[in-house]
Design a protein around this ligand. Structure first.
Ligand code: MGD
Ligand code: MGD
Ligand code: SF4
Ligand code: MO
Length: 711
């Protein structure tokens, strides 16, 4: 069986072999996944040749089938009765959802219902979810978990280049770069199958510079590791630019021909001092000079960013300041050059293009632009005025719920009570809703709080397209029937709309039919999919957007001739640095950052149901420098409580010399008492509404289980 990994944005292809003792693949299709659940560890997965990962698979892809085959899968709808979630029929569940939604619409208006999507959903489902919110329900309130993931880099790319596509280059061109800056990206654990591209670049003589407060597996391949203090990337980027300009390493011909705003940079850089930056970033000045020289003087070069630099309340500006380096040195639009936002989720790229974001319509169109609205309205068969206006970001929807303004929430493909910042507020907001509906594979932490839970098909059971971090659209076809009564996400949207009298907008009999409408809706937009068909995707190895017609080969490298702004030029960023964040103090002297480990995925709902992956990391931990641990009298393996202004959580200590002494690192993969987001502050980046996940002043102390039991 051929499938595609459901986890990260590389989207490696997988060949899956059922156990020899089990029925043939054909009868597996007929009996569904559950029949084989007990033998899930006997299934074998191997990498299938594909251009993105060149046939490689990482440990997560190798074991992804295990959660899909797990006996924990939701098999039928659940409705909360007398405080308990109990089995219900689909008709009961759908009728109840429709009745409650109708009630809210009539009594308080459709804007009291929110829709919350996710970057694991296929393009088809993400597209339909946006349409469902706007036309099926008539609410302006829809957003998705990608807000926590891609919003800083995506909004920066749009401002600077006129369009955001994760990588502006092909993965296979990485070895052509002579200098690569990896800023807050841990490719070794988060996109492991891409690491060989960087090894190859090094073998070709490239210099790799890593910006990370920890000595990660990615930093281990670096020629220069700037082990900076969390949250200081923006200042570092400004200083690198100043050094590049002062030393004349700029490409004046490129600047004159392809950019606007260069001369406004002088004021921005006025007052930037190398020594001061070195001190604030906590790294030697010589390293900053070395980085500037290597990138500034290299013939070709790439800059890649991920959540370490982006999940900050100044993440948008930090990325834009790095893009200043790309433009000033003319390193984009030619082989071995470019910028890459290392996209996170399986469909983190497509999921941000087709309308599940508060301000966006399909094809990367804007919900505030009259001609964009008119185009999409014509495809949907409605008047432009029937499409509601812009809503608010994911966390802000929960704030509205907390204020009682949003009364019902429909969640498809996310686990917000674990992944949002400021969990104390989020928990209260979800508890206070009149109705919480969750469509998921499992009884996640959020599903456990729901009034109605709907079981959905997994990656092995649904067909659809996903767009990888390169902007390459890929087709993933179902290889099994869903277990029990689980349904396709998109068919659930249709069934609810049908009961609300808007079913005719959602009448599709296949994912392909939805894709064909998405193609029309995206036609002429920035992310134009209109030339891509399922037939082409089956024949070709995926197609890069934009692809405006069926004879178009797709666009592997962006900006070869021009940028996407009207005049074809990119824009330098001269906006002054600004951010809102609490600084460390005597009460909270340590800086908490967080992120991922190799074997788990996001909130762990899926990877904890894969025995092979779960066994690799059983509990959450805090990575702490031995000197810091000593100061706080903490030992390896001991429980510790971390406390911020927002809240606290408990994890085990893991002593490591590979982290800065002023910094702590916790993984984000656990909910409940081990959830790092209990402590994450609520402030958002003013430009893109990204939370400051990676910067929380905390204090730490040892924690004894007995003491809490006595309380
Ligand atoms: N194994 C695994 N892989 C995944 C995922 C997963 O959950 N597990 N999730 C996927 C998703 S959705 C995403 S978004 C990506 C995320 O991919 P990444 O962004 O690469 O992952 P993170 O571990 O969150 O953060 C990357 C690094 O940023 C560093 N960092 C922390 N604070 C700062 C800072 O202030 N400045 C700098 N320069 N660095 C800092 C951390 O130490 C960490 O090593 O991974 C994808 N791949
Ligand atoms: N502290 C901290 N917090 C973070 C981050 C961080 O680095 N640090 N990273 C942020 C980032 S980058 C991200 S992407 C978010 C992710 O945050 P979440 O969206 O909460 O993460 P997931 O664990 O992927 O939750 C997805 C849910 O959807 C279900 N699911 C999977 N596939 C499907 C499907 O096809 N259909 C449906 N209906 N359900 C499906 C899964 O079972 C799971 O319950 O977390 C953010 N939160
Ligand atoms: S998690 Fe990412 S790198 Fe690993 S197999 Fe899946 S898609 Fe490939
Ligand atoms: Mo993400």
């Amino acid at each position: 069986m051929q499938t595609q990994c459901p986890f990260c944005s590389v989207q490696c292809k997988i060949t899956l072999h059922p156990p020899h003792s089990s029925p043939s693949p054909i009868s597996v299709i007929q009996t569904g996944a559950l029949a084989t659940a007990l033998s899930m560890e006997d299934w074998q997965a191997e990498g299938h040749p594909n251009a993105a990962s060149q046939g490689r698979l990482c440990i997560k892809g190798m074991n992804a089938h295990q959660h899909a085959l797990n006996g924990d899968r939701l098999l039928y709808p659940l409705i909360r009765r007398d405080g308990k979630l109990v089995r219900a029929s689909w008709d009961e569940a759908l009728d109840l959802i429709a009745a409650r939604f109708r009630e809210a619409m009539q009594q308080h208006g459709p804007d009291t219902i929110g829709v919350y999507g996710g970057g694991s959903l296929t393009n088809e489902t993400a597209y339909l979810l946006g349409k469902f919110a706007r036309i099926g329900l008539g609410t302006r309130y829809i957003d998705y978990n990608g807000r926590f993931c891609m919003s800083a880099a995506a909004s920066a790319g749009t401002k600077v280049f006129g369009v955001d596509r994760g990588l502006t280059f092909r993965l296979q061109d990485i070895p052509l770069a002579q200098c690569i800056i990896l800023a807050g990206t841990n490719i070794a654990e988060c996109q492991p199958t891409l690491l060989p591209y960087f090894h190859e670049a090094r073998a070709n003589g490239a210099r790799i510079i890593v910006l990370d407060p920890r000595q990660t597996g990615t930093a281990a391949i670096a020629d220069l590791h700037l082990q900076l203090k969390p949250g200081t990337d923006a200042l570092l980027a400004l200083t690198l630019l100043k050094l590049i300009i002062d030393n004349g390493w700029t490409d004046q011909a490129f600047i004159a021909q392809h950019t606007n705003g260069y001369h406004e940079l002088a004021a921005l850089l006025d007052g930037i001092e190398l020594e001061q930056t070195a001190q604030q970033c906590g790294i030697p000045a010589a390293q900053i000079v070395q980085a500037a020289e290597w990138y500034g003087t290299a013939e070709t070069g790439m800059i890649l960013t991920a959540r370490g630099i982006e999940q900050q309340t100044d993440g948008h500006l930090a990325v834009r300041y790095l893009l200043n380096l790309v433009l000033a040195t003319g390193k984009i639009g030619r082989p071995g050059c470019g910028y890459g936002a290392v996209t996170g989720q399986a469909n983190g790229q497509g999921g941000r293009e087709h309308g599940q974001k508060a301000d966006q319509l399909p094809g990367y169109r804007s919900i505030e632009n009259e001609s964009d609205r008119a185009h999409v309205a014509s495809v949907w068969g409605v008047e432009p005025s029937e499409i509601p206006g812009k809503g608010v970001s994911a966390y802000e929807m929960l704030e509205l719920a907390d204020q009682g303004l949003l009364r019902m929430l429909f969640v498809m493909g996310s686990n917000p009570v674990v992944s949002n910042p400021n969990i104390p507020l989020v928990r209260r907001a979800l508890e206070g809703l009149d109705l919480l509906v969750v469509a998921d594979l499992f009884l996640s932490e959020t599903a456990r709080m729901a009034d109605i839970v709907l079981p959905v098909a997994s990656f092995l059971e649904n067909t659809g397209t996903l767009t990888n971090l390169e902007g390459r659209v890929l087709l993933r076809e179902a290889v099994m029937e869903p277990p029990g009564e689980a349904r396709q996400d998109w068919s659930i949207l249709h069934a609810i709309a049908e009961r609300l009298g808007t079913g005719h907008y959602f009448h599709f009999n296949s994912a392909e039919a939805i894709f064909n409408e998405l193609r029309l809706a995206s036609r002429g937009g920035l992310a134009d999919y209109s030339g891509i068909t399922y037939d082409r995707l089956r024949q070709e190895e995926g197609i890069y957007w934009p692809c405006p017609d069926e004879s178009h080969a797709g666009t592997p490298t962006m900006f070869q001739q021009r940028f996407a702004h009207e005049d074809g030029k990119a824009i330098f960023t001269a906006l002054p640095h600004q951010y809102v964040r609490e600084q460390p103090s005597t009460t909270r002297p340590l800086l908490l950052t967080n992120g991922r480990v190799l074997s788990h995925y996001l909130t762990g709902v899926q990877t904890r149901r894969s025995p092979t992956l779960a066994a690799r990391e059983l509990q959450n931990f805090v990575e702490i420098h031995p000197a810091t641990a000593k100061r706080y009298r903490l030992k390896e393996g001991q429980w510790a409580e971390l406390q911020s202004a927002q809240g606290q959580f408990i994890v085990r200590c893991r002593l490591s010399e590979q982290i800065r002494m002023d910094t702590l690192f916790v993984s984000m993969h656990w909910g409940g008492k081990q959830n790092v987001n209990e402590a994450t502050p609520p402030e958002l980046d003013p430009f893109c509404k990204m939370p400051g996940f990676k910067f929380t002043p905390v204090t730490i102390r040892s924690w004894q289980p007995e003491r809490s039991l006595l309380k």
